[in-house]
Design a protein around this ligand. Structure first.
Ligand code: HEM
Length: 447
């Protein structure tokens, strides 16, 4: 009885907190938005994760699920946009494949010059065939046995020999995942070209909201180059086999055993998809985590102490919490395959029309006070399930175990350094150059 009464008060208190946070955030957005507009900085203001959280606070309080006729994403066909902010609803959308489909297939087919890749597929045989075969080639056990030790050794060597300063992106966060594709996938190609191709192609597939024609041209040319590299590489490996225990050789062994989906073309397309997913992503997430920690001296000190004490689990918790505040991406999107309802039988119920794009705002979900304790606090004791850094449901990242191991491995030797700081001026800020992903980020420490 007492618990029931307490729960009623807790629910009312949470509702009140959500409404107050919504009102305060609305005021902040009006005032700071006006200031940014006048000073000409409205774009950067809106892109800041902290601003986005304020927008989510307002939506959560007054309009948790909104349906708009406006088309926001131009790169994939759709008839409007539905924004979903409550954690329960975000996870629901990402679990309902029959109602809300992945949309990437049309562009994926342009990149392979024919076939889809499994991230662009709905449930069915094609998806099962490709994922199952690739799971046999890229095994979960490889993470502790091969991938993690390599990433730890290489990151430590790189930081050790850096001489007290480093361009994180070029010398560490792009390099370590590329080396993983080279030695573990067995298909890394030439380093700079591979980093550039995969970065542009990732951008084209997932973040080209305005359907930029110039990016389309770049993507078509980079995809052709990547296909050509992979076709030649697979043919060369078959002509002159190696004994390396890498993903490519395992795919070729599966091909010999007549495994479905493992034709030369199937192997090429699966490797193409994996390569695009692997390099720019790990790099960007690693940069965003350290960037956030550098903005928070107390948490940086905590993460550094954990790194130096060899408390890898605690250090990793700092990293995941930093990525909650500075996420790789604020949302995932899906298209409604048919008319559907989100949050039925609730006051926030929303009707989604067939063809509308649904924004599952994972960044809002990770700050939902209805599901998280003290969402605004930086806490290192949150259960891992709190985080949604690489998706949810059927399409949850194929490389999730890799990411969970490799990102902390890349950052640990950096965090161990004394007086870790940004390089002076602009160099010490993440610089995307002309790309949508970090290209430079200079840090320094005492030797
Ligand atoms: C920090 C690094 C990474 C991040 C943030 C990330 C993010 C994501 C996200 C959000 C999804 C789901 C997309 C959606 O549902 O619309 C996804 C799927 C996927 N990722 Fe990653 N990823 C990362 C690293 C990797 C790596 C290292 C690989 C390759 C080994 C990879 C390969 C894939 C593939 C193949 C899928 C599709 C899975 C499926 O459809 O079943 N990703 N990733």
């Amino acid at each position: 009885m007492f618990t029931k009464i307490a729960n009623i008060f807790i629910s009312l208190f949470t509702l009140l907190r959500v409404i107050v946070a919504g009102l305060v955030s609305l005021l902040y957005l009006i005032v700071m938005g006006a200031v940014s507009l006048v000073s000409g900085g409205i774009g950067p203001f809106l892109l800041k994760p902290a601003t986005q959280q304020k927008v989510f606070n307002v939506l959560r309080a007054f309009w948790p699920n909104i349906a708009l006729n406006t088309v926001i994403i131009k790169s994939y066909e759709n008839t409007g946009t539905v924004i979903v902010t409550r954690r329960e609803d975000v996870l629901d959308v990402l679990s309902r494949d029959a109602d809300f489909e992945v949309v990437y297939g049309s562009r994926m087919k342009k990149l392979t010059n024919g076939d889809n890749f499994f991230l662009g597929m709905q449930p069915g045989w094609d998806y099962q065939r490709d994922v199952s075969a690739m799971r046999l080639a890229a095994r979960i056990d490889d993470v502790p046995n091969i991938i993690l030790p390599n990433a730890q050794t290489r990151s430590a060597e790189i930081v050790e020999s850096a001489g007290g300063k480093i361009d994180m992106v070029q010398d560490l966060t792009l390099l370590v995942p590329w080396e993983m594709t080279s030695t573990y996938f067995g298909a890394g190609g030439e380093r700079d070209a591979m980093a550039e191709w995969t970065t542009n192609l990732f951008w084209y597939l997932f973040a080209d909201l305005g359907a930029d024609e110039q990016l389309d041209d770049i993507a078509m040319s980079d995809a052709a180059a990547l296909r050509s590299y992979l076709d030649d590489h697979i043919a060369a490996r078959k002509a002159k086999p190696t004994k390396d225990d890498d993903v490519l050789n395992r795919c070729l062994a599966l091909q010999k055993a007549d495994t479905p989906g493992m034709s030369d073309l199937g192997i090429r397309n699966n490797l193409l998809g994996l390569l695009i997913g692997a390099i720019p992503t790990i790099s960007k997430a690693s940069c965003f985590a350290i960037d956030e920690l550098l903005n928070r001296p107390e948490q940086l000190a905590g993460a550094q102490a954990a790194a130096r004490d060899g408390n890898d689990a605690l250090m990793a918790n700092y990293v995941w919490e930093a990525l909650r505040f500075n996420p790789f991406s604020p949302l995932l999107y899906r298209r409604a395959t048919r008319d559907a309802t989100i949050a039925p039988s609730t006051l926030r119920r929303v009707r989604v029309k067939k063809g509308q794009m649904v924004f599952a705002t994972t960044a809002a979900a990770c700050f939902d006070p209805y599901d998280l304790a003290s969402p605004g606090a930086f806490k290192t004791d949150r259960p891992w399930e709190t985080y949604i850094p690489w998706g949810y449901g059927m399409h949850k990242c194929f490389g999730s175990a890799i990411n969970k191991a490799v990102i902390p491995a890349i950052l640990k030797p950096v965090l161990m350094q004394k007086n870790l700081r940004r390089a002076p001026g602009e160099a010490g800020q993440i610089n995307n150059g002309t790309s949508a992903f970090p290209q430079h980020f200079h840090l320094e420490w005492d030797r």
